[in-house]
Design a protein around this ligand. Structure first.
Ligand SMILES: [Zn+2]
Length: 387
């Protein structure tokens, strides 16, 4: 039922197929994020038609008000959403960061110099204990407790094909001492997560590598999760270095982590979706990516293109007859101008978001298709953006 095959290798890059009970995923693959059970601005079928093989949903958004129990009553996510495609759910570990330190310290998981000042006014919404995490729910402020067991039980109720162990996604600003302590906790939670899924055959779990920006902790984490019987591995957490070159830190850590992870098991880079990062990560042996970038950018009038990002809001787009991206063959680029999409965005038409979402998801999914074809042909993807 579940199997991961590597068809071809090119350096560290791999062209593979991940088999699940709801279908196969050609890798390297991008996993569009349907947070609460819907892609924001596109149907699952349309997204499948432009190349998506699998979708990611966030357990936390089904957790705070016990919605996962309703989903179970409705027959699980596949029945509830009425889709027959492979689904992944994350564990809620990312929200430990995004609602906690990330919110308090005003930073994303990849540290940028201009970010990262702890605001004294902001009190963290998250309390991390040895056995659990307690959140203030973003919807009603109610206290919500998550443990490894409760996260996995919720993921069992949701019934996704691939689920993730519960972890703590740390801040890029966290100290070495904190990261070390957190890693020990995440390792314990990994074992508890596996135990909570024991006996279940129709779902498989990915363990998560943490350790922040510190190479020795990342290696320790990779060795530890590799020793456990996970089906695959997620690479989570934050990156950044004292010189502000967070991408360099991310790529070098990725290199050392993928050297340690078992070569025959799939690897998923959590929350990464910038086109350049995808190419660099595939070169370092990553098979799967998920990210809200294509859909979130669309809601902010932004298109991903072969020439970089384009925001269609400025007035000079009003009479542009160009497509969003002249190299793109999506429905939007074949039929509509930047001028029309600018007009819809200015009029706050939902269709502007739908068109940008369609294009952005097509763009990323097509990038993955081209990467797969290059690996198959044995052609280097190092210079993908200069081809
Ligand atoms: Zn397009």
């Amino acid at each position: 039922m579940f199997k991961f095959e590597i068809k071809k290798e090119l350096g560290k890059a791999r062209r593979g197929v991940l088999h699940t009970p709801h279908g196969k995923i050609d890798t390297p693959a991008f996993v569009p994020v349907a947070t609460c059970g819907a892609l924001k601005g596109m149907s699952f079928k349309d997204c499948k038609d432009v190349g998506a093989d699998i979708f990611m949903m966030n357990t936390f958004h089904f957790y705070c008000r016990d919605e996962h129990k309703i989903v179970k009553k409705m027959g699980g996510l596949h029945k509830f959403l009425n889709i027959d495609y492979p689904i992944m759910t994350d564990s809620g570990g990312f929200q430990v960061f995004s609602l906690g330190a990330g919110w308090q310290e005003k930073t994303g998981k990849i540290y940028k110099e201009k970010e990262g000042k702890v605001s004294n006014k902001k009190k963290s919404n998250v309390i991390i204990k040895e056995d659990s995490v307690v959140f203030s729910s973003p919807t009603d402020g109610k206290k919500v407790k998550i443990t490894p067991k409760s996260s996995i039980n919720a993921q069992k109720n949701l019934g996704a094909d691939i689920i993730f162990a519960f972890d703590e996604c740390t801040s890029p600003l966290a100290s070495y001492e904190y990261q070390k302590k957190s890693l020990k906790r995440t390792n314990r939670w990994a074992e508890q997560s596996l135990e909570a899924l024991s006996g279940v055959r129709k779902q498989k779990m990915f363990g998560i590598v943490q350790g922040g920006r510190f190479a020795d902790l990342r290696k320790e984490s990779a060795r530890y999760v590799s020793s456990l019987p996970f089906f695959g591995f997620g690479i989570g957490g934050s990156f950044g270095d004292s010189f502000g070159d967070s991408k360099k830190n991310m790529y070098s850590i990725l290199d050392s982590v993928t050297d340690i992870l078992p070569s025959k098991k799939p690897r998923h880079f959590l929350g990464i979706g910038e086109p350049q990062d995808i190419v660099e990560s595939v070169l370092r042996g990553v098979d799967l990516f998920d990210c809200v970038i294509p859909t979130r950018f669309a809601r902010h009038n932004t298109a991903l293109t072969s020439e970089g990002r384009i925001n269609v809001w400025p007035v000079f787009f009003k009479d542009s007859k160009k497509p969003l991206d002249k190299r793109c063959s999506c429905f939007v680029c074949k039929n509509h101008t930047r001028g029309y999409i600018h007009h819809l965005a200015r009029k706050k038409e939902i269709y502007a978001i739908m068109l940008l979402t369609h294009h952005n998801l097509f763009f990323i999914l097509n990038l993955m298709k081209e990467i797969r074809a290059l690996i198959e042909k044995g052609k280097s993807i190092d210079n993908y953006f200069n081809l």
